[in-house]
Design a protein around this ligand. Structure first.
Ligand code: PMV
Length: 331
């Protein structure tokens, strides 16, 4: 029996979150933290999805889950939807065993939901013998929109293709290739956020204070484009300043959190060149740009105060899929 193993990276947003929903540019990077999906037909009519302690067993012909929002269905529902939509297209309702392993905390702004959708669609497409990254990306973004209907889709793109990308207001993408390596420290607050609610909060802000929002968005656009140029020429200082200013704009949108502010102060007080929330905010994670000189010393000083902070590497592979023959009935 064939089994498929598929994995996709998480991401950080360097510049432009929230504003990206309103046709602003953004810069995102895939990181070396992945979600892996192992999937195989189980010979029954039930699909069983396991992710850590979360488990879901549904009839393979069922396409709808309860709409009640819980932690487990906000993670597993898009995954189930990826599976059900592809099986529906293929007119195949055989049960599957699906195991999801994650190195990315869920609901902390690091793209766990996009990575799980990309890896699941990749695995399903491989099961039916076709791997086409652009269409995998499109299907994954559609599934992500179940949980957060205004999703820009940028997370799914960077998770599918990997690397460092500039997301254009026209919804096109450019792969960036900066002169030097930039180092980002990721600090998670452990406070899980709800992207949909935070995006709605910004929507309300925009409806109620359109002139202020327009001013902030214009500044965010300029900052993002200046940051891109700074990265292209390998200018760490300017990138750091742009990131910090981007965070100030996000604070004005009221999507920061006291814990994020505390972590940003710690990083900046210990030599980081810039710091900002990454993703939707309201808890979640922050990133700090660490200079290429004295990197170890700065990281070690920050870690004395934020022990779980991680210096991430960029991922250049994006989605990776392979198939094996199952030796027995177990993964
Ligand atoms: O926190 P995350 O990983 O769900 O990122 C959300 C990013 C937003 O810009 C707030 C929304 C989007 O769809 O781009």
């Amino acid at each position: 029996m064939v089994q498929v193993h598929s994995s996709a990276p998480g991401k950080i947003i360097l510049l432009g979150e929230h504003f990206v929903v309103y046709k602003n540019p953004a810069i995102l990077a895939a990181i070396n933290r992945r979600i892996t999906v192992h999937l195989k037909p189980n010979g029954t009519h039930f699909t069983r999805i396991k992710a850590g302690l979360m488990e879901l067993v549904v009839s393979a012909s069922k396409r709808q889950l309860s709409k009640r929002r819980t932690h487990s269905n906000s993670f597993l529902y898009p995954v189930l939807s990826c599976i059900a939509n592809i099986q529906y297209q293929m007119n195949d309702f055989s049960g599957l065993d699906v195991i999801i392993e994650s190195q990315i905390p869920h609901g902390e702004g690091l793209g766990s939901s996009a990575a799980s959708c990309v890896a699941t669609v990749g695995a399903m497409r491989a099961l039916y013998g076709e791997i086409d990254k652009p269409s995998i990306c499109k299907n994954a973004a559609e599934a992500e929109r179940i949980i957060h209907k205004n999703s820009s889709g940028a997370d799914c793109y960077v998770s599918t293709f990997g690397g460092l990308i500039y997301y254009h207001p026209t919804r096109a993408y450019t792969h960036m290739n900066p002169k030097i390596k930039f180092r980002f420290l990721v600090c998670t607050t452990g406070i899980r956020h709800d992207t949909g609610k935070l995006v709605s909060r910004v929507k309300k802000f925009r409806e109620e204070k359109l002139p202020i929002f327009a001013e902030l968005a214009e500044r965010a656009r300029v900052i993002c484009n200046d940051a891109k140029k700074a990265m292209d020429r390998g200018d760490q200082e300017t990138l750091g300043k742009m990131m910090t200013e981007n965070h100030e704009l996000l604070m004005r949108l009221d999507v920061s959190h006291p814990k994020l502010e505390e972590f940003i102060d710690i990083c900046m007080g210990n030599g980081a060149l810039g710091g900002k929330l990454t993703g939707a905010g309201g808890g979640g994670s922050m990133i700090a740009l660490i200079p290429n000189k004295k990197t170890d010393e700065i990281v070690s000083n920050i870690r004395k105060k934020i022990p779980h902070s991680v210096l991430v590497e960029l991922d250049h592979d994006g989605l990776q899929v392979n198939q094996t023959l199952a030796p027995d009935n177990k993964f």
